[in-house]
Design a protein around this ligand. Structure first.
Ligand code: COA
Length: 263
C-alpha cells in the first residue's frame, strides 16, 4: 500500500511497514517536508493494527546525508533561528524513539548528521557494508541538533561520542558495529531481508511485551537508576496483568508455542 507522501514511500507487508525516505537526488537530506512527513507517517502507523513493526531506510545510495544544509543556512538568518528547527526535528525523532512498536533502521549508505541522529532514534540499527556514519556538523560551524549530542554518548560512551562529534570524522559499518552504533553489518543486497527477518523475530513475541519493553528502556534511559528501576517495575506489573503474559507462561509450562493476541 502506498500513502500520499511527497518524500516517503510506505509499503506494508506481513505486519511490517517499510518507510523509505525518497529524495535520492539530495541523498535524502532532511528538509522540513521530510521531517513533517516522518511525524505524520509515524502518527499514521501508530493507529494501524495491521502494522506491528517499522523498517526505516533510504532510497538510493544514502540512508540520509543530514539535515538540508540549504534550509539550515536559511533558517539561521530568521528571527526564530535554529533553535526552533532543532526542537521540531527533535520532537519528531523522540516520537520515533517512543514508538510502541519496534523501529529498525536499515542503514543502506550515508547516515550523516541528522541521518545518523535519525538512526539513533530508531530502536536498533542494521548497517550495510556501504553504510557510513558521522556527525559532520562541527565542520559546518554547527553542532548536532536532533539528539546526537545526547543519544550517541548514551549509546557508546562520552569519549567515543565526543571524538566523532569534535572531529566530524565518518566511520564505516564495521567500525560502527565495533563501537556499538550498528547492531549488525550485512551485505548491501541482504539488508532488506535482514531487517525483515529481525522484525519477524521480534514479532514472534507479544505486542504488549514489545511495547512495554520499549517504554521501559527508552523511558528509563533519561532517569536516575532508582527511578528507572521503579519505571521498569511499573511496566513489569502492567504486562503481568495481560492475557498475553498468562498465555506465554502457560504455553511454556504446557510445552507448546504461545499464541499472543495483544491483550
Ligand atoms: N543537504 C542538502 N543537500 C545535500 C546534503 C545535505 N545535507 N547532502 C547532500 N546533498 C546534495 C548535494 O548538494 C548534491 O546536490 P546537487 O546534485 O544538486 O549538487 C546531492 O545531494 C549529491 O551530493 P554530492 O555531494 O554531490 O555527493 P558526493 O557523493 O560527492 O558526497 C557526501 C556525498 C555525503 C559526502 C556529501 O554530499 C556531503 O558531505 N553532504 C553533507 C553531509 C553533511 O554535512 N550533513 C550534515 C548536515 S547538518
Amino acid at each position: 500500500m502506498v500513502t500520499p507522501f511527497a518524500t516517503l514511500i510506505l509499503d506494508v507487508a506481513d505486519q511490517i511497514a517499510t518507510l523509505t525516505i525518497n529524495r535520492p537526488d539530495k541523498l535524502n537530506a532532511l528538509n522540513r517536508v521530510v521531517i513533517d512527513e516522518l511525524g505524520q507517517a509515524f502518527a499514521h502507523l501508530e493507529t494501524r493494527d495491521d502494522v506491528r513493526a517499522v523498517i526505516l531506510t533510504g532510497a538510493g545510495r544514502a540512508f540520509v546525508a543530514g539535515a538540508d544544509i540549504g534550509e539550515i543556512a536559511e533558517a539561521a538568518g530568521t528571527a526564530a533561528g535554529l533553535q526552533g528547527v532543532a526542537a521540531h526535528g527533535s520532537a519528531v525523532f523522540t516520537r520515533i524513539e517512543r514508538f510502541a512498536k519496534p523501529v529498525i533502521a536499515a542503514v543502506n549508505g550515508f547516515a550523516l548528521g541528522g541521518g545518523f541522529e535519525l538512526a539513533l532514534a530508531c530502536h536498533v540499527r542494521l548497517a550495510s557494508t556501504h553504510a557510513k556514519f558521522g556527525l559532520p556538523e562541527a565542520r559546518l560551524g554547527l553542532i548536532p541538533g536532533y539528539g546526537g549530542t545526547q543519544r550517541l554518548p548514551r549509546l557508546i560512551g562520552q569519549g567515543r561520542a565526543l571524538q566523532l562529534i569534535l572531529t566530524g570524522d565518518q566511520v564505516d559499518a564495521e567500525t560502527a558495529a565495533r563501537l556499538g552504533i550498528a547492531n549488525e553489518v550485512v551485505a548491501p543486497d541482504m539488508l532488506p531481508e535482514a531487517a525483515r527477518s529481525l522484525a519477524k523475530a521480534m514479532l514472534k513475541n507479544g505486542p504488549l511485551a514489545l511495547a512495554h519493553a520499549i517504554a521501559a528502556v527508552t523511558g528509563g534511559a533519561a532517569l536516575p537508576l532508582e527511578a528507572a528501576l521503579a519505571l521498569e517495575s511499573e511496566h513489569f506489573g502492567a504486562v503481568g496483568r495481560t492475557a498475553d503474559m498468562r498465555e506465554g507462561t502457560t504455553a511454556f509450562l504446557e510445552k507448546r508455542a504461545p499464541t499472543f493476541r495483544g491483550a
